[in-house]
Design a protein. Structure first.
Length: 252
């Protein structure tokens, strides 16, 4: 016969169940708020969250002018690096690398904010996470936990995303040689930059620059058809019929 639970055990179990339910409801409410903001293309969320579309493998800024995907096909991430970690590639139309840098918790998580400022300045281009943590006065494991909690990615993943974003801006906005762009973006060599771009975009930096010179065939770049926008394909007939009637799940 099992041991009887004390009243305090029952209270703890009840509180744990309540906290779990509260977390689920809070998560649902966050999704509802973010999806409604996406439908409005609300600039307040630009740089705060990134929108990933399951059916295309592309992530966008919430202000992207592409057709709003169905709610069931959307995921939200707290950083571009988190979306890339989940296997999504950046949209070539709304260019996530140009989003304002303003995570929702900015100003309230001092250690992470300081770390991000140092990474943006190139602290991990040549040095290690251990050295970064030492400069911040924390342990490397603790720093990685903070990044996972607030940004959904590790310091090194954030650093790599920032490097690629710097390089992508330079590719779009300048005529600098590829080697010079690699150096300015913080890559140790043009070869490493090319490998990083190929892994993320499926093509080297030179191909993205050629695409820009030809006017940027976004749908083709995103792997879609001529009628696609930003990699979000035309909805199937069934999607068209329920697009207006789809109900976003409501929090209980």
């Amino acid at each position: 016969m099992g041991q009887e639970q004390s009243f305090s055990d029952l209270v703890i179990a009840s509180n744990s169940s309540w906290e779990c339910t509260a977390n689920i409801v809070a998560g649902m409410n966050d999704f509802l708020a973010h999806y409604e903001a996406l439908q409005r293309r609300d600039p307040v969320l630009d740089g705060v969250v990134f929108v990933a579309v399951k059916t295309t493998g592309v992530y966008c800024r919430p202000v992207c002018r592409a057709r709003t995907p169905l709610a069931r096909n959307v995921e939200f991430y707290p950083s571009a690096a988190a979306a890339e970690r989940a296997g999504y590639r950046p949209c070539l139309r709304c260019r996530p690398e140009t989003a304002p840098f303003c995570p929702a918790w900015k100003g309230t998580r001092t250690t992470v904010e300081r770390a991000l400022a140092l990474i943006e300045a190139g602290a991990l281009d040549l040095n290690t996470v251990d050295r970064l943590a030492e400069r911040l006065g924390v342990g490397p494991r603790h720093l990685s936990r903070l990044f996972a909690r607030h940004l959904g990615a590790s310091p090194l993943q954030i650093a790599r995303t920032l490097q690629i974003q710097r390089a992508k801006r330079l590719l779009n906005d300048t005529e600098l040689p590829i080697a010079a762009i690699a150096e300015r973006a913080g890559f140790r060599s043009a070869r490493r930059m090319s490998a990083a771009f190929t892994q993320l975009y499926g093509r080297p930096p030179s191909a993205l620059r050629r695409n820009r010179a030809m006017g940027g065939s976004y749908a083709k770049d995103q792997g879609g058809t001529a009628g696609d926008v930003c990699g979000i394909p035309e909805p199937h007939e069934t999607d068209k019929s329920d697009r207006g009637s789809e109900q976003i799940p409501a929090a209980q």
